[in-house]
Write a protein that binds this ligand. Structure first.
Ligand code: DGY
Length: 321
């Protein structure tokens, strides 16, 4: 039976790899690190489809040099800032992402960051691990309540709304800023701020859920940090380059920002070393979608898109229409 050729730029959960082995002649990246662009282009020779992830940079050069055999690319992510969609379209290469299936897992991680930062989880955990119990428990490791606090969400899209849903159960008041105000059934009582800078002024906790675009990159800079209420908490599960790291690190050191919970970093997997010694940051290695159920669903959705394009039927989540 004819099987198309697939290049998988990373490994996937077992059920996804089983489907790949059943349906494709597949090459996986076994290097233990992302492919370089040259390696991915070399692997793509003769391939029908590529299954990539945000660590693969697919820019105009990539598409100009992509072998003609490649008929479709799926990205194992909802975010697609690593892909030049204009260049893909110009080359006639359909590109798919994996929206929706990761909303809940990513929102859960945002809540973990929010709680980890507000309840000083890194410091508490370091104490237990090093055998230093809090000596005077009534005054040490005091965090901040969430109940009654204002959560400012930049980007009340699918993931942002899942975070709002969870935060309401913690007694938080939801504020947001988007390009456009959402209809009441999607706002669910959240307060809209046309201007993102106004949102900052009411954000006791500020959580980023906007894609990385030329307009949003470096959004949270020194000047905007100054707009946040005193001792605000910053949470980022979106993309690292939405924050100017040096400015946030200065604000965390000065106590201007009480704490931060970060799952994504500018230049990851490298992390600005300034974060590493700070007690008031709760750090995770970009694991918003990292549950077996969610990563399996993402893999299956990517393969559904690849199958559909190769079979010339409408694909579920193509980025170009
Ligand atoms: C996404 O899907 O964009 C997540 O950030 C995983 O990379």
């Amino acid at each position: 039976m004819y099987k198309p050729t697939l290049v998988a730029a990373r490994h996937f959960p077992p059920a996804v790899e089983k489907r790949i082995a059943r349906d494709f002649h597949a090459t996986f990246n076994d290097l233990g690190r992302p492919f370089t662009q040259a390696e991915l282009l070399a692997a793509a020779q003769g391939a029908d489809a590529l299954f990539v992830s945000p660590t693969d940079k697919l820019d105009a050069y990539f598409f100009a040099n992509l072998p003609e055999s490649v008929k479709v690319i799926a990205s194992f992510s909802v975010g697609y800032d690593h892909i030049d969609i204009g260049a893909a379209t110009a080359q006639g290469v359909p590109v798919a992402n994996t929206p929706d299936v990761l909303n809940d897992a990513t929102a859960d991680i945002a809540m973990l960051l929010l709680l980890g930062a507000s309840r000083r989880a890194s410091e508490g955990q370091a104490r237990v691990r090093s055998g230093r119990w809090a000596s005077e428990k009534s005054r040490e490791l005091l965090g901040w309540d969430l109940d009654g606090k204002r959560l400012g969400i930049l980007g009340l899209g699918r993931i942002g709304r899942a975070v709002a849903h969870r935060a309401r159960a913690f007694g938080m008041e939801i504020h947001y800023s988007n390009h456009r105000q959402l209809p009441p059934e999607l706002e669910e009582g959240a307060v809209f701020h046309q201007n993102a800078d106004d949102l900052l002024g009411v954000s006791d906790v500020f959580s980023l859920h906007t894609p990385s675009t030329p307009e949003t990159r470096q959004f949270l800079c020194r000047q905007r940090i100054e707009l946040l209420p005193p001792e605000a908490i910053v949470v980022n599960t979106a993309r690292g380059n939405l924050i100017v790291d040096a400015d946030l690190i200065d604000a965390l050191k000065a106590g201007r920002i009480a704490a931060a919970g970060l799952d994504v970093f500018d230049g990851e997997p490298d992390v600005n070393p300034g974060y590493l010694d700070l007690p008031n940051v709760f750090l995770l290695p970009h694991m918003g979608s990292a549950t077996i159920e969610t990563r399996t669903a993402m893999g299956m959705l990517g393969l559904d898109n690849i199958d559909a394009v190769l079979s010339k039927v409408p694909a579920p989540t193509l980025l170009q229409v």
